[in-house]
Design a protein around this ligand. Structure first.
Ligand SMILES: [Zn+2]
Length: 294
């Protein structure tokens, strides 16, 4: 799996980090007549009839709007304005699920970046150190406390997402909020003091009772819903195949073979499960495992 094969990666924008801390260069971009503003309804993308992102001119920006410089494409500055609100994410919102199914990969990467940053700004209006009001700085890539001058920067939360492998089969599970028939890789947040490998083994054991040894990294993807997460996809070697389900986390879990996974990807009527959508890294992970065996 290469980076461009996982969802929300492959942004064509040049992030121009050096301009973020250069007020003169930034002012030039913000007043550039070619500058474009991401079309958002709240924090949801406004799609064109072709299913792509839409862009407005900067004339449509409110005078007091807080702006994020997303980057440059063909020398054109691209901005997003911070709007209040949250989105439930594709597994909870059918509209978002549809939008992400339509969006080209590069547009999804741009939207994901904007959404992660907007969510971060909305949740960091006050200083975590002194409680003072924070103001946007560094072209939208940070906030600074008005009272104590502490600087705050957007964070990414690491999440492990993994398949346990036992012989020629892997473990997939489903949460009750998934669409009917859908199964995915198990996942969970890394905790302080854990390596990726330790988090993979702990989450698999907690949710399914399956013990694992060696862990190998496969791919990663940013996930912009519910904050900013980095999904780290791995495959772990199981030492047994007895499942003890944590029913608080999972509704069901089962072992599937490569033939099962191939049928699921083909959408066969007798497939044992439905695969995660292409924009989810569990899709890329299952595909990578399937390809390893062929
Ligand atoms: Zn402060």
């Amino acid at each position: 799996v290469t980076a461009s094969e996982t969802g929300f990666t492959g942004s064509p924008l040049d992030r121009v980090d050096h301009i973020r801390s250069d007020p003169d260069a930034y002012a030039q971009l913000a007043t550039d007549w070619r500058a474009r503003l991401l079309g958002l309804e709240g924090v949801d993308p406004i799609l064109s009839s072709e299913g792509t992102l839409t862009w407005h001119t900067m004339v449509e920006v409110a005078v007091d709007a807080e702006l994020i410089l997303l980057g440059l494409r063909d020398d054109k500055p691209h901005f997003a304005a911070i709007a209040p609100g949250t989105t439930g994410g594709p597994m909870r919102s059918p509209a978002m699920f549809r939008a992400l199914s339509l969006l080209p990969a590069d547009d999804a990467a741009i939207f994901g970046t904007a959404l992660s940053l907007i969510s971060w700004h909305n949740n960091h209006r006050f200083c975590g150190r002194c409680g003072g009001t924070t103001i946007l700085f560094r072209a939208g890539w940070g906030r600074k406390c008005d009272a104590c001058s502490a600087e705050h920067f957007p964070r990414t939360d690491p999440v492990v997402i993994m398949l346990a492998e036992y012989g020629d089969k892997v473990l997939v599970g489903r949460q009750s909020r998934f669409p009917p028939g859908n199964y995915s890789a198990l996942a969970g947040f890394l905790e302080p003091g854990e390596s990726i490998e330790e988090a993979v083994r702990r989450e698999l054991f907690e949710e399914s009772g399956v013990r694992t040894g060696a862990v190998r990294y496969v791919a990663s993807q940013p996930w912009p819903f519910g904050g900013a997460q980095l999904m780290i996809a791995c495959i772990a070697e199981a030492t047994g195949d007895v499942i003890t389900l944590d029913t608080n986390e999972l509704e069901d879990a089962m072992w599937v073979t490569r033939a099962d996974v191939a049928k699921a990807f083909a959408g066969a009527p007798d497939a044992r499960f439905k695969t995660p959508p292409p924009f989810a890294i569990a899709h890329s992970l299952l595909r990578a495992w399937l390809n390893e065996g062929t």
